[in-house]
Structures are given as structure tokens and as C-alpha cells.
Design a protein around this ligand. Sequence first.
Ligand code: WTA
Length: 652
Amino acid sequence: MADPTIEALYEESRLFPPPPNVLEGAEVTSREIYERGRDPIAYWEQEASHIQWRTPWTSVLDWSNPPFARWFVDATLNVTESCLDRHAEATPDKVAYYFEGEEGDTRVITYRQLLEDVCRLANGLAQLGVSKGDRVAIYMGMIPEFPMALLACARLGAVHSVVFGGFSADALADRINDAQASVVITCDQSRRKGQTIDLKRITDQALERCPSVHHVVVVERTGADVPMTTGRDVRYHDLVADQPAERPATETSSEDPLYILYTSGTTGKPKGIVHTTGGYLVGVSSTHRLVFDLRPDDVYWCTADIGWVTGHSYIVYGPLANGTTSVLYEGVPDYPDRDRYWAIIEKYRVTQLYTAPTSIRTFMKWGDEYPGRHDLSSLRVIGTVGEPINPEAWMWYREVIGQNRCPVVDTWWQTETGAMVIAPIPTVTPTKPGSATIPLPGYQADIVDDNGESVPLGGGGYLVLTHPWPSMARTIFGDPQRYIDTYWARFSDREHNVWRYFAGDGAKRDNDGYFWLLGRVDDVMNVSGHRISTLEVESALVDHPAVAEAAVIGRADPITGQAIAAFVTLRAGIVGDDALLAALRDHVAERIGKIARPASIVFTDELPKTRSGKIMRRLLRDISEQRQLGDVTTLANADVVAEIAARAQAQQ
Ligand code: WTA
């Protein structure tokens, strides 16, 4: 953690108070809200008044069986009534989504239409036998039917399990099997950068080993001729054609599961993070309103994919619960040209942009010319999420995109937290480039050392959350013990009933109490904001017949944050040439998905190991990041280091 760039980041002293133009007409302008947040129970109870309940809770939090929390105990609701019905009634013609297809095709979907389409699909799914508690896998591109699919499940009280549309057939099959999904919703193809991805074909391949699935719903996106399995597959348009546009929402308890979303952990097996209904909706809607200074006429745009938690919480549930008008964009930032995002902002007069550091760094590299072509004056608040943002990128974002008018909200949170945790309130909190600032009201965070002792201001260690929060993950699907072991065991003190959630991130806190996130401290890489475990990639590599042993690390990369660097020893008699290198990269993409394809692979006769036989990953990282190597003489095979270093350098 004594990385020099991190030290530099921590020395950052620029402070930006909320710009005056943002304060005008803002709802929250006083620090008093932080005072209120010091009593999380009272705070979240008040925030809960913004969503629609059927029956009220008997208590706000039940923490009698930690770390398994229950929020808004005994309350009932259906999240779609908060997200759809009440807006369809009050403001039926308000736009829920401006859909912008990659090819320039558009659709405008009002709250009334969204409710009707969701009800039709819910009716269709019910006809296919889906009912409360059933799991439905969703594997789609970014088109309006994607959020509709999530909401249709929620309407029925069914549990959706979205699998990012860039994952491979294997990854899809593993997730379907873990959740025991009975239905899959997919599209014929998705569009990306002028190309198409055969989602239906990949689904078919996955389903060869998914016996739990009895139906597949296929949304037509490109109209490609895709094979349909009789009796199993049904076209979306046929399914919904004759369905009524109404469907009473199924009543769920506050603690019924809303969804499962898989995320990489430190083992090869992804974790099915479970979120429930009441607390989750309170958390996402409240933070969305506060951190984006949300106002009724805003046009908000989150560029994430609904395949990730950012899309679940801040494209679907948070914004819809708040009755927001959002942009939903299908494609990539550089299609047809590198100004596509800025063209979209100008076209729809976007007021809030929420994107990722990796994109911001890419835009920076492309140059100011592209945003310069467009009128970005509609923007009011600009946000970032997914990985640490370096002060340079933060400043560029503020100056070039925000034109020094828009506060930058750097939001730290995770799939497991469900909602933002550490982030500024743009109308209240002064910001510092590179810091996510301080915990939002209602949250309590701390930094602890290896012994779990709180580290005083000015120090660094592990980020922990010390009080439960409403949108927290409730468990890992089918594996509550892993939930305890992964997040709670390390820094909790059962004997004294002290519970601390360990996020897996390192952080420092400066003398003003501002948090500086330093990245993962476990074997999880963060590549362009996507979590990938080193072990998953290693397993994919050794699964190739040419590979004997593999070690994978995330090395610092100026654009993607981290890049996947692999070190591979081959089986006897196999030659590590360029063709094999390409084949191995493809093999990983095939096993996991393109996001996991190693940026570099170094063939070596041996991996550096300690005398007890442990692979020295830290040393490999030092080599990859071209740091001065320390004493390696304790290694069992010190002589391999120089050779690996030379080859690694040649590859980068
Ligand atoms: C990292 C995405 C620094 C962090 C919402 C976390 C961040 C992981 C930030 C969660 C940020 C996310 N600053 N690091 N603003 N936001 N991270 O589950 O390491 O895909 O643990 O959730 O991303 O990634 P996940």
C-alpha cells in the first residue's frame, strides 16, 4: 500500500466547494443532513417515506441475528408499484426512458407505456409458469426490454439473475445452474460498435448443460434468423401480443429476494449476491436523489450496462422509484465517432451524467476536440463509479465535461452494498480530486489495521462499514457461510457483538476525514471497473491443454485501471509462440468472457515460488509494473526472475 502514485494522490489539497449555480433551487443545501444521518435508524426510516408500501413495518431494523439483517421488518410492498404505478398515475406521459440505439434508432417510453409493457411481459412470464420466488436469468443487450424484463420479474415477485451480455456461454451456464433458473430472457443479438453479438446462440450453447431451464424468451433486436427450440423457446413479441396491459403486483415482504447478481470473489466460483426489496429500494432511491441533486425536470444518464450493479441500482430501480427521466443508450462511446456521448448529452439536454473512470481516461486520451463539438451546458452534476479515479482524470472531467460548473461526484460502493456509500452530496460537500469524500448520511465507515484497530485520521488500512444499512446484501445465494466468511469474519468480534463489514478495499483517510480509496486488497482485479478474480483467469488458463501452471495478476494500466497480466508455464514439448499466445487469450474469453482476456501473457519455464511452493504474485506485480525488485534470494528459484522480467518488458 506504499505505492508512490497513491502517496501523491493522498497529498492532493485542492478543495472545491459546491458551485453557486448548483445551489440555486437545490433541495438539500445544509450539512444538517449529516447530523440527521448519525442516527441511521431514524434517517433511513424517514427516507423510507419516499417509497410506496402496502403494509408498514413493525421495526426498522432487526439485527438480532448478525450478520443477517432484516430491514423494515414485516412490511410488504411490490417495488414496481414505487417504480411504475404511482408515476403512471400521477405523470403518465412523463418519459421514463429515452432509448437511443447504437445505429441512431430511438424510442421514447413514458411511465404509462413502461407500466403497460412490464405488465404484458409479467403476464407472459406467468403463463410460462413463473411465479413468486422463481429465478429468471436475463442475458440481454441494452434495449428497453432489458429493464422491462427485470421489472416484469419484480412484478411477479420472481427473482431475477442478470448475467452481463459480454459473458461467455460457460459463465452464463454456471450462473444459471447456481441460481437454478427456470426461464431465460435473452435477445436474438445485441449490438456493439457496429457489430452484433449472438446472444441467442450463446444461450443455446449454455443451455446444453442447464436442466433447470424450461423456457427461453427471445426479444427481437436485430431480426437475425435464430434457431428456436420448439416447446422451449418463445418469441417475446408472440408472448406479449395478446396479454392484457394490466397485472396486479404480487405482494412481497420487505425481505423477499428481489434479485441475485453474481460477482467475482477470491475463489474461482462467482458469488450470487442476494438483494431484497424494501431496504434495497429505500437505499437506491434515497442515494440517487441526494447524490445527483435530483429535480423533477432532469434528464439523467447513467452509461453503465444493466448487466452490472450500477445498472440495476442507478438505471432501473433508483431512477424509476424517483420518477426520473433517463437516457438508455445501447452502444459504445466511439460509434459512429468518438463524440457519441457528447452528442447524446446535447440531443437530450442531459443534466446528470454517471460514468466510469476508465471511460473518462479514454476520453482524455482522445482529446478535448470531441466534447468541444457539442453543447454540454445542460449538465449540472457529473458522477463516476467503479474504480479509483486519479486526480488528473477527475480534474479533466470537471474542467472539460463539467466546464467548472458541475460538481464531480465520485461514488464508492459495491455490488454487495447495493447503493452508494461514500460519495459527496454535490450541493453540500466540498470535493477533492481523487477522493470519494465522506460516507453519505445513514452510513458508518471506518478504517482498520490488520488487528482490526481503528486507524486514526491520516492513516490507512482496510475499509469497513460498522453499522448495517438498508440496501446491504443479505447473503450469498445458497451459501450463507461464505457470506459470513467473506465479509464479516475478518474484522468482527463476535464475543463482544461487534460487527464490521469488510469491503475488500484498502483506503486512507486524511486529516479532514476524507476517504481515499486505494483499490482491492484481495485477489480481485478491477479492469475497466469490472471485477475479475485472478483465480478465475488462472483456472481458465490451466484448463487449456498446453498449460501446466498459470499465475495472474492485475498490473496498473493508465486507461483500464488494471490490466490482466498472465504468466504461464507450458507442458513439456509445447512451444510458446504467438499462435499459442493468441489461442490462450481466446480460450480465456471463451471460458469467462472478453472482459477477462489477458492483456499480456508471458511464457516462462518456471514461476517464481517461495521455498514452501507458493507463487510470488507480489513479485510478478512488481515485475509487471517495472518496480525495483527487492531481495529475491529467499525464492526457491531466484534465477527465473530476471528472465521473466525481460520477457514481460518485451510484451508491454
Ligand atoms: C471498486 C461497482 C474507488 C472497489 C459499483 C469496489 C471503487 C469495487 C469505486 C466494486 C470508487 C467502485 N472509487 N473504487 N468510486 N467504486 N470501486 O461490485 O474496489 O462492480 O470494491 O460495484 O469497485 O465493484 P462492483
